[in-house]
Design a protein. Structure first.
Length: 515
């Protein structure tokens, strides 16, 4: 299942350390013009390294492929002088890399994941989703393949994109850090803090082994700050710092008709249709403006003046967002997009009742099923939120059971629903913007990009940050570096080359900023 053994050091790593270690100085800020020129020269090697990395399939359901990714990662970090380790868990392992410097007293832990979403090759506009293809946007907005060798001449267009699974989520950011480390080494400099790296092998599967592994390897992974390099930048592609993310839980509702499907001609107007019962329950949960009507659902959500100012400063273009989504108007939860992310949300993930289209028939279904998702924020807790939903359904006159109902229960209750829920789910987190880690990162980005970063108080998606915060007691900030429209989790995932350039610069900025 996992690599049997991996050497903790290699001859290449030793030579690397001897060549750059003894003469290294504490990191100095590299002037922007110089760093930009250096990064430009590194773009082709960086793209080639990323091409090599993403060519290794990385679906976490295929352990043998994860082994190959671990081997690649071990070699890449060892080449940069890191001590590497494979941390066994009850599931797939974690990859760990560490490089310490004698005079440094602070440690920063960088989190990435090396696994990717499964691919459906027939839905990709290229032969192999794991083989990178260079493309350019056409006038009609579509992307056309161009020759990869165009990258060799150094005249690289930042708007070109490379398409392949995990170019953005999340191998691209790993390569960005590796390239920034190479720049420091070439300048005979070292970071002003010790560097630890952890690569999650099953983030796309919910990181089932992470929490227990963090407890087991707590001493090895301890750090002063945690930086999560996952997720997209703001849509403007301006430098972005994200200080939190929503968590999630879920539940399902099943309503019942007759014990088996019935012919609608024989039993229409007699045997209850469970789909209408389910639809009635659903219709009580939100008003016409999209606000959840479950009592207590938004309790505890308050914004002080600083938070309101922070969210209003994010340069969102609501007209562009609505145009991209092709919606007439947004739901009325919060005053703007950023405020809407600060509230828990309730959505239907899927519906099922009988069969539609080919294979359908004139029947009354025996049951109807809806699966719901709740996005959590720091003020909410998963089990409490699902309990509020249960109470709401009971107020509509339904008997709610936590099991498939018996014949006696079905015949005793006209309004009966089976509720199955996911419990606490994954919690949310939010770090204060004006915290030590927040001030440090803002300083780093501002000095190197000569502009203030876009500050996101909390983003809508989820990453497994909370186990680190709870187990290691470490403050965390997400530093996203890939383009928002990267199609992560979907066919035709891509990375804008300009984001690769900015990502290397962002990593270099962090690696040269004292804490």
């Amino acid at each position: 299942m996992v690599l049997k053994s991996i050497k903790k050091s290699t001859t290449a790593a030793l030579l690397f350390a001897l060549s750059v270690g003894s003469g290294q100085l504490s990191a100095q800020k590299i002037p922007a013009e110089k760093s930009d020129a250096i990064i430009s020269k590194l773009m082709y090697p960086a793209l080639e390294e990323l091409k090599d990395y993403v060519s290794i399939p990385n679906d976490a359901l295929v352990a043998e492929d994860i082994d190959k990714n671990l081997a690649w990662s071990e070699k890449a970090f060892a080449k940069r002088g890191f001590k590497t380790d494979i941390l066994k868990t009850g599931k797939l392992p974690l990859f760990s890399a560490e490089k310490t410097y004698p005079k440094n007293t602070k440690t920063v832990l960088f989190y990435f994941h090396l696994d990717g979403q499964a691919v459906r090759p027939t839905e990709w506009f290229q032969k192999d989703p794991y083989m990178t293809v260079l493309k350019e946007k056409s006038a009609d907005g579509s992307f056309k393949e161009i020759d990869w060798n165009l990258l060799k001449d150094g005249k690289i267009n930042d708007e070109w994109r490379i398409f392949a699974r995990s170019t953005s989520d999340d191998k691209g950011p790993i390569v960005m850090l590796l390239q920034a480390l190479d720049i420091l080494a070439a300048q005979k400099q070292q970071p002003p803090f010790n560097v630890k790296v952890v690569l999650d092998c099953e983030e796309e599967k919910g990181s089932p082994g992470l929490k227990a592994a963090l407890a087991e390897y707590k001493t090895q992974l301890m750090a002063d700050f945690l930086i999560v390099m996952d997720g997209p930048m703001h849509a403007t592609n301006r430098p972005t710092l994200t200080f939190g993310c929503r968590g999630g839980t879920g539940f399902s509702l099943t309503t019942y008709g007759a014990i088996t499907q019935q012919h609608s001609g024989h039993f229409g107007n007699y045997s209850p249709d469970p789909t209408f019962s389910l639809a009635k329950i659903i219709s009580t949960m939100k008003d016409d403006d999209g606000r959840v009507l479950v009592d207590g659902f938004y309790d505890g959500i308050k914004f002080d003046a600083e938070a309101v100012k922070l969210m209003a400063a994010v340069p969102d273009n609501l007209l562009e967002i609505n145009d991209r989504l092709q919606i007439a108007e947004a739901e009325k939860v919060g005053k703007n997009y950023q405020e809407s992310m600060q509230y828990p949300s309730l959505n239907i993930r899927g519906l099922k009742a009988a069969v539609t289209g080919k294979g359908g028939g004139s029947i009354i279904p025996e049951e109807a099923l809806a699966e719901f998702g709740i996005r959590l924020v720091p003020e909410t807790e998963g089990a409490h939120m699902t309990s509020l939903v249960k109470k709401h359904i009971e107020k509509q006159g339904y008997t709610v059971v936590d099991h498939v109902p018996t014949k006696q229960e079905r015949m005793a209750h006209k309004k009966l629903v089976f509720m199955s829920n996911g419990g606490a789910g994954s919690p949310a987190f939010r770090t204060e913007v004006n915290s030590p880690i927040g001030n440090w990162l803002r300083k780093s980005v501002t000095e190197n990009f000569t502009e203030q970063p876009v500050i996101i108080r909390i983003m809508g998606g989820s990453v497994p940050v909370v186990p680190f915060i709870q187990t290691l007691g470490v403050p965390a900030v997400i530093v996203p570096m890939v383009n928002m429209d990267n199609n992560q989790h979907s066919p035709n995932e891509n990375l804008r080359i300009g984001n690769l350039r900015m990502g290397i610069k962002t990593c270099l900025s962090i690696l040269t900023t004292p804490i």
